[in-house]
Design a protein around this ligand. Structure first.
Ligand code: FAD
Length: 182
């Protein structure tokens, strides 16, 4: 079974009347079981805009940043202003980037595009730049939400009991195993 719900958008003239597939993970962990594994906090201006639109300061960057710092277990260069350690969410700098990645950064720099050492540091408050991403990968394995924190076993058990487990993946209680089963 493919681990995707395969929803499609309505046909639209703006995309040549095509019906574009909108990938959506069909597994415990949802999209985090099939996504690109990039850990991106989001930009200050977006959070502050949402707070303003919602009339709720809980959405503002300062508040959300506190949550990020609390949940993160950042394994790059420590940076307490922006990054957390000891939380449930293991995050690290891309451990083995393709040689194209630093070359791309060098090219960006040569064109005057600012480059940053950490995607989720001060860069998320400025006017952008180029960076090599942070990833949710540990020992070469994807870290979906299924593998985050201590609730996953309870969730997997619930899914099996209620038969809402859409793939064989959630039937395998191997927290560090490959959830695609391959
Ligand atoms: C291909 C791809 C690459 C991506 N890459 C990145 C990335 O690198 N970094 C990043 O930050 N984000 C990435 N994203 C986006 C990110 O994965 C999603 O934004 C995130 O997973 C959304 O979380 P969610 O909990 O809102 O929804 P989902 O993760 O979609 O979770 C919804 C859950 O509900 C379940 N469900 C739906 N309908 C039913 C039903 N009727 N009955 C029972 N269960 C149901 C689904 O199976 C799923 O488990 C990517 C997404 C995709 C698809």
């Amino acid at each position: 079974m493919r681990p995707d719900w395969n929803p499609t958008a309505e046909r639209r003239p703006s995309v040549n009347n095509r019906s574009i597939v909108q990938a959506m993970g069909k597994a415990i962990g949802g999209g985090t079981s099939t996504n690109g594994m990039v850990w991106a906090r989001g930009h200050k201006n977006d959070f502050d805009h949402w707070a303003k639109e919602a009339g709720d300061d809980a959405w503002n960057c300062r508040h959300v940043l506190d949550i990020y710092r609390r949940i993160e277990d950042w394994h790059g260069v420590p940076d307490p202003q922006w990054r957390g350690s000891g939380g449930d969410v293991f995050v690290q700098p891309a451990p083995d980037p393709s040689s194209i990645a630093p070359a791309f950064l060098g090219a960006a720099k040569s064109l005057g595009v600012p480059t940053f050492a950490d995607q989720n540091g001060v860069m998320q408050e400025g006017s952008g730049g180029a960076v090599i991403t942070n990833v949710r990968i540990r020992d070469g394995r994807r870290l979906s939400l299924q593998r985050t924190g201590s609730d996953w076993a309870e969730l997997g058990g619930w899914a099996r009991e209620t038969k809402t487990c859409p793939t064989p993946s959630c039937a395998a209680p191997d927290r560090h195993g490959d959830e695609s089963g391959s």
